[in-house]
Design a protein around this ligand. Structure first.
Ligand code: NOJ
Length: 477
């Protein structure tokens, strides 16, 4: 079937909404993906985060962050490979050549984050001008090279000075966060128009304050409920500050999310899937949309009420210009009563199909399903895919890095983004995680997500085959 024929059919059927699932999937499979299919205004980019790429952990006045502290603790035991972000991909020193490389690769937009403790070493109080200058140089370089900067305010690296006072468990964080976002907006908002308040709150609150596998390494329910509520309130606070300070700003925030299935149609598995959906997809977005915490489907969340003040309900709500969807895989839930909160576990991905180097299932249709799920909320105006990508072991051969699985992964996921877009969802952009290989949190430097290879010893960059594929894809308008 030709593209023209396909377009005729979809137009006749109202953008394909009525096509049977299997037929739609095979039509997309036959089609050669082109940049122009996504429309002229679609934003294309790559994403990174401060702690994962910058290095320079204690240079030029930067304060310690919870990730510096966590990775240095007990000889680095918390990190599988004992790596840390002290140097990472050394972006602090190589930002100029890295941004030039983005330009050579035709990448129109770069999403990166600000390290809170680089600009406010103590978390609040006296700013560090050298830190602010660094981000000014990064932003100016981006603009000079025609790479649009997209800033995430908080990508998990809380200043350790604030953690000493309780971090996300202390309600004072409402004031600290406001001060920090205000500093970002005032210093960078004249040139940067696209902002995200948070990166994946469920990941930093769940990993850091419930399971203890991410910084600051705290385990327990009390810490979790407090941190959930304070992060939720900070969503609204950050959003308001940026709306006021950034003229013509496009203000959003991002969420980790996955399509969820039940292992079987046994009611126990189905209920476990509903609870998993609350925890992994709904917990943080629903209060900002004015729907409150999803307590009906997960009554344990009532415990959050203990930390709420009467005015909080209204303050949790914020009308974001866009929602950043970050998707990698799917989750399949199975009932297991002894597991607290969810009363269920995820079926190991290896039992489900192909997996990436993170042991996450390769499940392209999942991105389509989760986009549709998020788009179905009345208050969601626009969606950007602010992260998608995969870690696979690369084959390095001299100046070439072969990563065919990553290319296939990106194509298959992108086809499903396009499918949602063609069905009328307002998906307006797509960012690959990640521009270059970097420090993958508790996993260390081993899983490589980049479309550019990082040699962590020499800091040499090599464009992978996937990077070459993306460059070519972007060149074809
Ligand atoms: C989520 C996070 O935002 C990012 O920091 C991480 O490296 C990727 N996904 C891959 O795990």
């Amino acid at each position: 079937m030709t593209r023209e024929e396909w377009l005729k059919i979809t137009a006749a059927l109202g953008a394909g909404a009525m096509l049977p699932k299997g037929l739609m999937a095979s039509l997309l499979a036959d089609e050669e993906l082109k940049r122009s299919d996504f429309g002229k205004d679609f934003v294309w980019g790559t994403a990174t985060a401060a702690y994962q790429i910058e290095g320079a952990w204690n240079l030029d006045g930067k304060g310690e962050s919870i990730w510096d502290n966590f990775t240095h603790r007990n000889g680095g035991k918390k990190i599988k490979t004992r790596d840390n972000g002290d140097v990472a991909a050394d972006f602090y020193h190589s930002y100029e050549s890295d941004i030039e490389l983005m330009k050579r690769m035709n990448i129109p937009a770069s999403r990166f984050s600000i390290a809170w403790s680089r600009v406010l070493p103590e978390g609040a109080g006296t700013p560090n001008q050298k830190g602010i200058d660094f981000y000014n140089r990064v932003i100016d370089k981006c603009l000079k090279e025609g790479v649009e900067p997209w800033i995430t305010c908080y990508h998990w690296d809380l200043p350790q000075a604030l953690q000493k006072k309780g971090g996300w468990m202390n309600r004072d964080i409402l004031g600290w966060f406001e001060e920090y976002v205000e500093l970002c907006g005032k210093n960078f908002g004249d040139r940067v128009k696209n902002w995200m308040v948070f990166n994946e709150p469920m990941a930093f609150v769940g990993g850091g304050y419930l399971l203890g596998i991410h910084a600051p390494g705290i385990f327990g329910f009390k810490s979790f409920y407090k941190a959930v509520h304070h992060a939720t309130l900070c969503h609204g606070i950050g959003g308001k500050v940026l709306k006021n300070l950034v003229k013509g700003g496009n203000i959003g925030t991002t969420f980790s999310c996955s399509a969820i299935d039940a292992k079987t149609d046994d009611p126990l598995d189905m209920k476990a899937a509903v609870r998993a959906d609350v925890m992994f997809n709904r917990l943080f977005i629903e209060p900002i949309l004015g729907l409150g915490y999803p307590k009906k489907d997960l009554p344990a969340l009532k415990k959050i009420e203990k930390y709420m003040k009467p005015e909080d309900e209204g303050n949790m709500k914020f009308d974001f210009d866009f929602i950043g969807v970050q998707n990698y895989s799917r989750l399949v839930a199975e009932y297991l009563g002894i597991v607290p909160l969810i009363n269920g576990i995820n079926v190991p991905a290896k039992k489900l199909g192909d997996v990436t180097d993170m042991n996450w299932e390769v499940y392209p249709e999942g991105i389509y399903r989760i986009i549709k799920q998020f788009a179905a909320y009345e208050g969601v105006k626009n969606i950007y895919i602010t992260e998608n990508g995969a870690a696979f072991p690369d084959k390095v051969e001299g100046d070439e890095v072969h990563d065919p699985k990553r290319i296939q992964f990106l194509k298959d996921y992108l086809k499903n983004v396009l499918r949602a877009k063609r069905e009328g969802v307002n998906v307006k952009g797509y960012f690959i995680w990640s521009f270059m290989d970097n420090f993958e949190w508790a996993e260390g430097n081993r899983p490589r997500f980049g479309i550019v290879h990082t040699d962590f010893k020499t800091q040499k960059r090599t464009i992978k085959d996937s990077g070459k594929w993306f460059t070519k894809f972007l060149a074809e308008q």
